[in-house]
Design a binder for this molecule. Structure first.
Ligand code: ADP
Ligand code: ZN
Length: 207
């Protein structure tokens, strides 16, 4: 099954996609994670992406699309995948339609005020990429692998505001795009991670 996860920054796309991957064995393709890795490894893609990400702007479509096309051609994607953070513009969705058949687009719905509190408290593991909220942490070590946790530069307050504006302008139209294709489902993800995961499985009819 080819699944797209839609939702504002901080809606919990990454957390729920990781969970679905571990539970059902479907690979999670997170373009944000791919860019952060590319920046750490100073690849050409990473160099192109960095300035946009630091501002909370979108990386140009052609850079993202080239990266995703390469990734979806790999062996582990041939039996389905979860796209997390892609597509983020109508142009990206149109390009994706040329190379893939999307079975379901899941909209992870969360009110704005919840989003803002989540992003401010978000910490990411430098080693495994796991994401956590400070309210669930005892110290600065990853509960899964012991790696060091950090706050993403783009989770700082000014950048968060810009990312939410960019989402409303560029990405929210994808909800109508996929509704028009008859593949949109919605999960209310205002609750705990466990509650939200149940809502995700129900929406995907995978429970
Ligand atoms: P979040 O969903 O919390 O905003 P991501 O990790 O998905 O975080 O993305 C972080 C940043 O990476 C985005 O703000 C953007 O700059 C860049 N990025 C990720 N995916 C895309 C995409 N599909 N198109 C353009 N830019 C992207
Ligand atoms: Zn970790």
């Amino acid at each position: 099954m080819n699944i797209v996860f839609l939702g504002a920054p901080g809606a919990g796309k990454g957390t729920q996609a990781q969970r679905l991957m571990n539970d059902k064995g479907i690979p999670q393709i997170s373009t944000g994670d791919m860019f952060r890795r590319a920046i750490r490894e100073q690849t050409p893609t990473g160099m192109k992406a960095k300035e946009y990400m630091d501002r909370g702007d979108l990386v140009p479509d052609e850079v993202v699309i080239a990266m995703v096309k390469e990734r979806l051609a790999e062996a582990d994607c041939q039996n389905g995948y979860i796209l997390d953070g892609f597509p983020r513009t109508v142009k990206q969705a149109e390009e994706l339609d040329k190379i893939a058949q999307i079975d379901v687009a899941l909209n992870i719905a969360v009110p704005d005020e919840v989003i803002i509190s989540r992003l401010g408290g978000r910490r990411v593991c430098a080693k495994c990429g796991g994401t956590y909220h400070i309210s669930m942490l005892k110290d600065n070590a990853c509960p899964a692998c012991g790696g060091e946790l950090y706050q993403r530069d783009d989770d700082k307050p000014e950048t968060v505001k810009n990312r939410l504006n960019v989402y409303a302008e560029k990405t929210a139209p994808l909800i109508d795009y996929y509704a028009g294709k008859g593949v949109l489902v919605t999960a209310d993800c205002t609750g705990t991670v466990d509650e939200n995961y149940k809502a995700v499985l129900t929406a995907l009819k995978m429970d």
